[in-house]
Design a protein around this ligand. Structure first.
Ligand code: FAD
Ligand code: SF4
Ligand code: SF4
Length: 393
């Protein structure tokens, strides 16, 4: 939406100049003039006492949707290692590609990363677009978005998937804006509409209280970020080959506005909940921070790791990196122990796809029992020591 001044009606009263929240209006020769910082908010249209500003519909050229083909996965790598979420996206991307009748491609950026292409082929990519350049060694928004945007413009993929990692969450929206298309962030489900072959992207909305399914009807590519741990991993086929396509990479002065000076790894314990097979998670039912010591004993015994509900993180009992749920990590272990966790929808969003869920809760009506495969009604301070005793025999 844009606005324009009807010169014949404008009296030069300056009211719009004062009211424009973006300082986009000046008075030239006693007539209002709209500048380039106008966002089209429409405030001036309502406020002009002489009806001298009107909205104008911008006509956009329709996008030729049929010219876009292929499902692309951003093959995020760090330090020469493909991120686990990429394998999950390749698994999901394969299904989508089959349904829309196109090929699955991976886009790989970095320095000296061509050796990673074989891994992407083995995990199902039919084609790997590779941008190998020293400026791409470490992720920087300007560099990666320029290269991938140029590739999208040239090869026109229909669907682009990125992991909802820190990098994917930065790169995805930036690419979407450059491509003038939409992006659905943090998807938990992707499916192809059998009628029109458009992708239906489902994600939690309104604080996780409902699931919204979003489509991108008029623009391409259709873009989604998907949280790590949500989709099934692609299967590995040793020796599987595909086509390698080298992308043109050229940076001019000023293209990249940031410089990586140092990479500082977060100190302290770094947990990787997404890779854990066994998780022993605690909630407010622990009563205090000390309760995690008991959970640690069980996790150690089973070769697993501990985790927590957000309420425990908010209470300062444990670091956010342990949080499972909508605003934490999404996990899919073989066994998930939920100890003293009520089962709020935002917590379930992060763990309900676990293979087996064992819930321990004092309240037999706690919602966690609705998703649990095994439910133990009781005080966790009696139940867990009893389990430990059994395991120690
Ligand atoms: P409570 O709801 O207080 O439950 C404690 C449970 O422990 C109760 O069921 C009780 O019966 C049981 N209990 C008490 N004592 C014992 C005992 N001795 N033995 C056994 N059981 C006992 N939450 C998350 O976890 N992850 C998220 O990512 C997340 N994101 C959110 C995002 C938004 C936008 C919002 C609005 C909320 C989010 N929440 C999230 C918070 C969520 O709504 C809940 O408040 C939270 O999960 C509750 O944590 P809890 O189950 O530990 O605590
Ligand atoms: Fe002109 Fe209306 Fe702006 Fe006054 S408020 S300067 S009449 S456009
Ligand atoms: Fe300012 Fe909004 Fe009017 Fe544009 S539409 S000139 S931003 S008030």
């Amino acid at each position: 939406m844009a606005v324009r001044v009807i010169k014949e009606k404008c009296k030069g009263c300056t009211k719009c100049v004062k009211n424009c929240p973006f300082s986009a209006i000046t008075i030239e020769n006693k007539i209002a003039e709209i500048g380039s910082s106008c966002t089209g908010c429409g405030v001036c249209v309502k406020n002009c006492p002489f009806g001298a500003i009107e909205k104008v519909e911008e006509k956009k050229a329709a996008v030729d949707l049929s010219s876009y083909k292929g499902v692309w996965v951003f093959a995020e790598q760090r330090g020469g290692k493909i991120m686990p979420v990429v394998i999950e996206l390749l698994g999901e991307g394969k299904k989508l590609a089959k349904e829309v009748g196109s090929e699955l491609c991976a886009v790989l950026c970095g320095k000296n990363v061509s050796g990673l292409a074989d891994e992407l082929f083995a995990y199902g990519a039919d084609k790997v677009y590779i941008a190998d350049n020293e400026e791409l060694e470490n992720y920087r928004t300007d560099a990666y978005s320029k290269v991938i945007f140029e590739a999208i413009t040239k090869y026109r993929p229909e669907i682009v998937l990125l992991g909802a990692t820190h990098i994917g969450r930065d790169l995805g929206p930036c690419l979407a804006v450059k491509c003038s298309t939409g992006l659905t962030a943090d998807c938990t489900k992707l499916e192809i509409d059998p009628d029109d072959k458009k992708i239906k992207q489902t994600r939690p909305a309104f604080g996780g209280n409902l699931m919204a399914t979003i489509v991108c009807p008029n623009n391409r590519p259709q873009m989604s970020t998907v949280r790590p741990g949500v989709m099934d991993k692609a299967s590995y086929e040793k020796g599987r080959r595909g086509k390698l396509v080298k992308l043109d990479v050229e940076f001019r002065k000023g293209d990249i506005r940031t410089k990586v000076i140092d990479i500082v790894k977060k100190s302290g314990d770094i947990v990787s909940l997404t890779d854990a097979d066994i998780i022993v998670a605690g909630g407010m039912g622990l009563g205090n921070q000390e309760g995690f010591k008991l959970l640690n004993r069980l996790a150690d015994k089973l070769g697993g790791t501990i985790a927590a509900s957000r309420a425990c993180v908010d209470a300062g009992w444990i670091d956010h990196s342990y949080q499972v749920g909508q605003t934490g990590t999404t996990v899919k272990p073989k066994i998930y122990f939920a100890c003293g966790i009520s089962g709020a929808i935002q917590h379930l969003a992060g763990m309900q796809n676990s293979d087996y869920i064992v819930a321990i809760n004092k309240n037999e009506n706690a919602p966690i029992f609705e998703v649990a495969d095994y439910g133990i009604v009781g005080d966790l301070y009696q139940v867990i020591p009893a389990i430990l005793e059994e395991l120690e025999v």
